[in-house]
Design a protein around this ligand. Structure first.
Ligand code: PCA
Length: 319
């Protein structure tokens, strides 16, 4: 090999990072992730090459978190609340009715971030960024006016909190990953579901679910993380570039989420879904349900985790 070729080789050495995500390539979370990968490539002159594997194409949704720990991928993206049972601080993200909008969600994130980082570090992972889905609302085949309406309904679940809601309302939980959701709705497998405007549009919820209630159940976040081992192989300058790009991706993602919600609700409306607020009785029922969730969560949470909720609720009440 010539000296020139050798030199080129040394400088062109790339670090390949495969990022596994469960979400479709045209979802805003994945578009943001793609943009992040592009910016990292640009900032590092192609030294860090991140490849996004969308829609569970590298690892199935449930395999992503353990998969990055076990080196089947270098990085991954998951919805935090899917691991609420294993990692209680992730469960804070799906405590129903504790956030009323993006400002609350941002506040909860700032308060919980250090513990989330610690929980990841314990498992050999490093947090890159976190971006929320739009508020989770209720889609239903029939009008909903109280919690008794849920009895016997088939309710789609995607995390322990949605499973527990089904249990408490005497509905039947039907676990469906988002990649299989459009088919499940069209195939008439669901009567009610909790998800965002985005996911309702992506899955053409209008094929069977005619009602949408702005219940603001929770504003759940995805986290994007990298194996600490892979990260520590990068030199300090490259690490900083990666983290700077992650910070930009977090800011961009929050705006994409917030700013697209109304437009996606309009798309639901244009497809004949009836959009409504929650009536007083249902609101009251739901708030009670939320209180029960908090009591249950408090039983499993550590002192540090309880302190997060306390800090968040105290500061919010002073605003
Ligand atoms: N869409 C994903 C997660 C939250 C959301 O809005 C889903 O329904 O699975």
């Amino acid at each position: 090999m010539s000296v020139a070729a050798l030199t080129v080789n040394v400088y062109a050495e790339t670090v390949d990072i495969r990022i596994a995500t469960a979400y479709a390539a045209d979802n805003f979370q994945t578009m943001n992730l793609q943009q992040f990968a592009k910016e990292v490539a640009g900032a590092t002159n192609g030294k860090v090459k991140m490849t996004v594997f969308a829609a569970g194409s590298l690892l199935k949704p449930a395999e992503i978190f353990p998969g990055v720990i076990n080196e089947k991928a270098e990085a991954g993206e998951i919805i935090m609340s899917s691991l609420a049972k294993e990692i209680p601080v992730f469960g804070l993200d799906s405590l129903p009715f504790i956030v009323r909008g993006y400002e609350d969600a941002r506040h909860l994130w700032q308060t919980s971030r250090p513990e989330v980082e610690k929980a990841l570090a314990k498992r050999g992972l490093k947090l890159l960024y976190s971006v929320p889905w739009p508020p989770q609302n209720l889609y239903s085949k029939k009008p909903l006016s109280s919690l008794t309406d849920f009895k016997g309904m088939r309710m789609r679940s995607y995390n322990p909190a949605s499973e527990r809601i089904a249990e408490l309302t005497m509905a039947t939980a039907v676990p469906v990953q988002v990649i299989d959701l459009e088919k499940a709705i069209a195939g008439d497998k669901l009567d009610v579901m909790i998800t965002s405007s985005w996911t309702g549009v992506e899955t053409k919820a209008w094929s069977k679910l005619a009602y949408y209630y702005q219940a603001y159940v929770w504003i759940p976040k995805n986290i994007v993380f990298i194996s600490q081992k892979v990260f520590s192989r990068l030199d300090a300058g490259t690490q900083k570039k990666l983290m700077d790009a992650a910070q930009t991706a977090e800011k961009r993602g929050w705006l994409m989420s917030r700013d697209s919600d109304a437009g996606f609700e309009t798309q639901l409306r244009n497809n004949k879904i009836k959009i409504d607020r929650v009536d007083a009785l249902l609101r009251n029922n739901l708030d009670r349900l939320g209180e029960q969730f908090v009591r249950e969560w408090l039983r499993s949470a550590s002192n540090e985790e309880v302190a997060i909720l306390l800090k968040y609720t105290t500061e919010r009440s002073m605003k």
